[in-house]
Design a protein around this ligand. Structure first.
Ligand SMILES: [Zn+2]
Length: 225
């Protein structure tokens, strides 16, 4: 029995991943659309709260912080706490491989509060923005975009601006100051498991920034993809 409390407070029961899930996670087509993770979550979630027959819609309804938390826990129960990563230095003159070991138990999790919508007044334009959280549906829409950007990732969380639906033009016209304060506010209220990794290259000292789930060693230890 692998039972955990999600960042949203809902209880989840998981089963270990098998070869079927590994096949899903190596299917490039399913990875591009984001469906690989959705099907893995659907397969491995035995129970979600009182729901003991979760379907893909239930998985998409989950907030992104809960979804990543489940993925991290699935990795932990299936392959163990320790994740060995080979991080390549981004400095073109260096390109050294840095071996880093992460203990999943040491990742910090922030619980969601009770609110699901937030009001924020942009400091420059004095416009009123209402925004929410990312969930699986929104992640799927982001994955379908040809050129995902910071704008689209912010736009997808905005419910309305001064009561009207947001547009891409509105995001582009927004001053840098308003955009950056809005982005900070979105980050401030965000919750879930913090998978950001920052290490200094052992050879040249360049800062390497990545996310645990973006590294092959997270789900495929010992395999070079
Ligand atoms: Zn380096």
């Amino acid at each position: 029995m692998h039972v955990f409390e999600l960042p949203s407070g809902v209880e989840v029961e998981l089963r270990e991943m098998t070869g079927a899930e590994e096949e899903l996670l190596t299917n490039q087509r399913l990875i591009r659309t984001g469906d690989a993770v959705n099907q893995v979550l659907r397969n491995c979630i035995v129970r979600l709260g009182d729901n003991d027959e979760p379907v893909v819609k239930d998985v998409l309804d989950l907030l992104s912080g809960d979804r990543l938390f489940i993925l991290v826990k699935l990795r932990q129960i299936s392959l163990g706490d320790e994740v060995e990563l080979e991080l390549t230095c981004a400095n073109p003159a260096c390109r050294a491989t840095n071996l880093v070991t992460i203990d999943i138990e040491e990742l910090e999790t922030t619980p969601y509060g009770e609110d699901r919508e937030f009001d924020f007044t942009l400091p420059g334009s004095d416009r009123k923005v209402r925004f929410g959280y990312l969930d699986g549906h929104k992640e799927k829409r982001l994955a379908a975009l040809k050129e995902p950007s910071i704008s689209s990732a912010m736009l997808i969380r905005i419910i309305d601006i001064d009561g009207a639906a947001p547009s891409k033009k509105l995001m582009n016209d927004m001053s840098l100051r308003d955009r950056s304060t809005l982005r900070q506010e979105m980050l401030r209220v965000d919750a879930g498991v913090d998978t950001t990794l920052e290490v200094d290259c052992e050879s040249c000292g360049t800062r390497i920034r990545t996310r645990l789930e973006a590294e092959p060693g997270f789900l495929f230890p010992g395999v070079r993809l």
